[in-house]
Write a protein that binds this ligand. Structure first.
Ligand SMILES: [Mn+2]
Length: 335
């Protein structure tokens, strides 16, 4: 966890010298990334009123985020833009590859570079300062702790944005910790509304997602390893949603792979019970390791992670299940 005195130094550049700042989300920005960026922009502008801030959403945003961006509007850029910034703040990014072309822009940029995140930090070499709290369930909690350290009370709309980001990333507080819950109470005090947050986060079912989940379930392969139930399936899209659904259906550990755009994408999910008992951290011990072995990128949290590979889905799946059996012992197929 980043210390309070470090948080107090934000934005690390003399506010009077801040003319232009970019707050950058991970590609296909989800609600936590975009709303954290929205709130970080508000904080930067209240500390440096002369500063123009752009929110960067490399490769766009999810359908839900696009809906939320109507209620929480901000000027956004998707691709690369000309010129340098005095300050770059990357939020919720995890793997720096998820910055798309903005990874190079940051590397070349002359401004001060900060990472605000809750994903485990792997390589902070791109940044001048890293503000990471792995215990936080959302990047929004880390952004909120910046408000607190700076003694800035977020306005009602910004409070609402932070609340919705926290709810989104904590499965509606199911997995929130103390810092998340404390933040929620303070955000309600500064004008956020819980009922409208829940309403805003409800989304219309997406037909493609529903189809992927049902097809994924139809093609599922079930394995038993000791008392653990492992489920695997192949689908061409929505791998993360399908993996989460298999865990909802009762699997302790789910592996979902599919080929798209010349790579194989894999999502991993496990239950907290599985993590506590077996101790496999999916992000560092499986996703990163498989990406290294099979030529891709990967990472994530202990119970939710993803990676890509340069080999086909069947080979990727076989290798991933073999990796799991290094921890679990033999996976016995259940017919
Ligand atoms: Mn997040």
């Amino acid at each position: 966890m980043t210390s309070d005195s470090e948080l107090k130094e934000f934005p690390f550049v003399e506010p009077a010298r801040l003319r232009r700042a970019a707050v950058i989300c991970h590609r296909n920005a989800d609600a936590d990334a975009y709303l954290s960026a929205f709130a970080a922009s508000s904080l930067i502008r209240s500390l440096a009123p002369g500063c123009e801030v752009e929110v960067v959403t490399p490769g766009g945003m999810t359908t839900l985020t696009a809906k939320l961006s109507v209620k929480f509007p901000h000027r956004t850029v998707e691709g690369e833009v000309d010129g340098d910034y005095d300050l770059y703040v990357a939020v919720d990014v995890g793997d720096e590859e998820l910055l798309n072309e903005w990874k190079d822009k940051l590397a070349r940029g002359g401004g001060f570079k900060v990472l605000v995140d809750h994903h485990p930090l792997r390589d902070g070499g791109l940044y001048d300062r890293v503000l990471v709290d792995e215990a936080a369930t959302s990047a929004a909690e880390v952004v909120f702790s910046l408000f607190e350290a700076k003694g800035v009370v977020p306005d009602a709309l910004t409070s609402q944005a932070l609340l919705e980001a926290i709810l989104f990333d904590s499965s509606h507080l199911t997995i929130a910790g103390g810092s998340g819950l404390r933040a929620v109470v303070r955000l309600i005090d500064s004008g956020a509304d819980l009922a409208s947050a829940r309403r805003d986060l409800r989304s219309e079912p997406d037909y493609g997602e529903v189809l992927a989940k049902l097809k994924g379930a139809q093609r599922v392969k079930i394995y038993k390893a000791g008392k653990w139930v492992v489920a695997s399936t192949l689908v061409g899209s929505f791998q993360a949603h399908v993996a989460r659904s298999l865990v909802y259906l009762g699997a302790d550990f789910a592996v979902v792979a599919g080929e798209a755009d010349g790579e194989t994408r894999v999502s991993l999910r496990s239950t907290q019970r599985f993590l506590d008992s077996v101790g496999i951290k999916l992000g560092t011990q499986i996703a990163e390791e498989m990406a290294r072995r099979l030529g891709g990128h990967g990472g994530g949290h202990a119970t939710a992670a993803s990676f890509t590979t340069g080999v086909g889905e069947d080979e990727t799946m076989a290798a991933t299940l073999a990796r799991a059996s290094e921890f679990l012992g033999e996976l016995k197929k259940v017919d």
